[in-house]
Design a protein around this ligand. Structure first.
Ligand code: 9MR
Length: 596
């Protein structure tokens, strides 16, 4: 019998008794810049002039969901001056710690003057209060052995809520149950994808998969990195996943829930390859974004659009990983994944430079990319691990790419992650140490940024792009690789800072994950949550997060990178959700909780 636990919200209360509104530089230019990136809503209104800042100031900022006993525990305190703090156990009002705040400093992305309270030495489970002496500032928090278990399960279950071609039954979806949408059995080949065997108008069947984000379309590039990240979460924390029951229809079978959920998407991805030549369609989409409708009401014709090099290589890499992951459970299917992976690679050899070009009659998301070296390297690494053929490793080494923080357009580090963790003894010590050093250099740079930051969070101005929370979480994912390789806790602590940032240690005072924390987004840009007439959004989704591009023209409280965020359906540039943003959240939560 499966129970539904996602509505659970750990409550902590953050009190503000003397709010201080600091208005900096009230006149002058707006921080907003309308750019030409494809919107997820048609025809945005013009951007308003946004006052710059004002900065919200006054609350203590800290992880609102809960701390694991041995985690690094930091709260950010607004204002200046040398001050002391105490930590009190709220069960018996006993003082468990006294300490001094760090010296104050400005955090550039929010222009706030802040100091830090480090109470990591408090490690016993319980409910606590942090008091700043000589002020009325105070915040409550919990320490719990399973602090991240529920939020992890919800973050993973969000994929179930975004399933295409599925009715969500109340038994699993609770009040967010809904009818099936998007059968995707009669999808048409778009003119941009026309071939001799499959001319424009040819009908293909490509059901299942996950909706990409707040929209109902399905894009291979974004799907690929999301699927990979979830599969490595399983590979790296497989003991943890043996025990998880997230309450999905497949939960009673013999397969870990995460693999059941990922297979829903792999089933769709398989159908996106043209069996005649191995090329993979870039996306399955309507011509335009739908209105504010439930899935079953959004019935416009769907198309598979243009084969591209990025989609085909991304597909190849994911199918190669899937063949390894699923072979113990579905040996025949695993062989089919392997066959499709190599077929895709062959197409990409013949079509090395086919960028996605949005056709004139299509206006949905682009996921456009023009540099394919990172995708070639990723696919080569995965095909090497799958086939053990030297030519693939040679190609990976020839490309000689440097690992970077992952994101949908940049898969440079993914091959390194796989080669360093699943290499079955195939690599020489010299090769391994070269790969390891490159990944550690990347991670060490992130640690340095953490240690210089007034928020003790490795985020700086240029990290605040569309989906900035996923930048934070993907940095944490890289740090956890470094921690796995070295067991140096500096890496883990910096990863913790980035997770805490997403869960509340940030200048907006939001825990960015729906349903978790004292204050979390209620009006995400997610069509089901918008159209379902239920007050609470679907739980477990991380909002894209602050960034000051303001491409949607909504009204924002600030034009600064880390405070340009608004919890409003209108804000698809800061308050949408997406499968590639949730995947590193799942990974990092699993890594932290499993490590505990
Ligand atoms: O995540 C994408 C972001 O990097 C781009 O800047 C933005 C504009 O092109 O698009 C984002 O992806 C969206 C996709 O195109 C369509 N589905 C919703 C995605 C999240 O907003």
């Amino acid at each position: 019998m499966k129970t539904f636990t996602l509505g659970f919200v750990m409550r902590i209360q953050v009190f503000i008794l003397t709010p201080v509104l600091l208005v900096l530089n009230g006149c002058g230019g707006s921080g907003s810049a309308l750019n030409t990136a494809a919107p997820t809503q048609p025809e945005p209104p013009p951007a308003p002039v946004t006052p710059d800042p004002p900065v919200q100031e006054g609350l203590i900022k800290l992880n609102q969901v809960g701390f694991l006993p041995n985690a690094k525990k930091v709260a950010i305190i607004p204002g200046e001056g040398e001050r002391e703090f105490i930590v009190v156990n709220t069960m018996d009002n006993s003082q468990v710690m006294a300490g001094s705040l760090s010296s104050h400093a400005v955090w550039a992305p929010s222009q706030e003057q802040v100091s830090q309270a480090d109470f990591s030495q408090v490690t016993s489970e319980g409910s606590y209060r942090l008091d700043i002496m000589g002020s009325d500032l105070s915040a409550e928090f919990v320490i719990d052995d399973n602090a991240l278990g529920d939020v992890h399960d919800a973050a993973l279950k969000s994929y179930y809520f975004n399933r295409a071609t599925a009715a969500l039954e109340a038994e699993y979806a609770d009040k967010w149950s809904r009818p099936m949408g998007h059968p995707d059995e009669q999808v048409l080949v778009h003119a941009s994808a026309s071939s001799t065997e499959r001319p424009a108008g040819f009908q293909v069947s490509a059901p299942k998969g996950w909706y990409d984000a707040g929209d109902y379309n399905k894009y291979i590039v974004n799907s690929g990195i999301s699927t990979y990240t979830l599969m490595i979460s399983y590979l790296h924390h497989s003991a943890f996943y043996q025990q998880r029951d997230i309450g999905i229809p497949e939960s009673n079978d013999a397969i870990p829930d995460i693999l059941n959920e990922v297979k829903w998407n792999l089933d769709w991805m398989q159908a996106m390859q043209d069996p005649n030549d191995g090329g993979v369609y870039h996306k399955l989409t309507t011509l335009n974004f739908s209105g504010e409708l439930m899935p079953h009401e959004a019935n416009a014709q769907r198309y598979v659009v243009q084969k591209s090099t990025a989609a085909t290589l991304n597909f190849s890499a994911v199918m190669a990983v899937a063949s390894r992951v699923y072979s113990p459970y579905f040996p025949e299917l695993a062989q089919e994944y392997a066959r499709q992976a190599e077929l895709a690679w062959e197409w990409a050899q013949e079509n090395e430079n086919v960028p996605y070009v949005q056709p004139d009659d299509v206006s949905t998301g682009q996921y456009g990319d023009t540099n394919f070296n990172d995708e070639f390297a990723w696919a080569a690494a995965e095909l090497y691990l799958m086939t053990e053929k030297e030519e693939y490793l040679q190609r990976f080494n020839q490309l000689d790419i440097q690992p970077t923080v992952p994101g949908w357009p940049d898969t440079s580090s993914l091959g390194y992650i796989s080669l360093l963790t699943n290499n079955k003894g195939l690599l020489s010590d010299e090769q391994l140490s070269q790969y390891q050093n490159r990944l550690l250099d990347l991670a060490s740079g992130i640690v340095a940024m953490d240690q210089e930051s007034a928020y003790q969070v490795a985020m700086q101005n240029n990290d605040f792009v569309w989906g900035s929370n996923s930048v934070a979480l993907n940095k944490a994912l890289i740090l956890l690789q470094a921690f796995r390789l070295t067991e140096n806790t500096d890496f883990k602590h910096a990863a913790n800072g980035l997770l805490d940032y997403v869960l509340g240690r940030n200048p907006t005072d939001y825990s960015y994950v729906t349903g978790f924390g004292t204050k979390s987004p209620m009006d995400i840009h997610h069509r089901q949550s918008r159209a379902d007439e239920i007050t609470e959004p679907v739980p477990g989704f991380v909002a894209g997060g602050a960034q000051n591009g303001q491409q949607d023209g909504c009204s924002y409280p600030s034009g600064l990178p880390a405070t340009s965020y608004v919890d409003d359906w209108c804000s698809y540039s800061t308050n949408e959700i997406a499968i590639n943003w949730n995947a590193p959240l799942v990974y990092v939560l699993a890594g932290m909780q499993a490590e505990n």
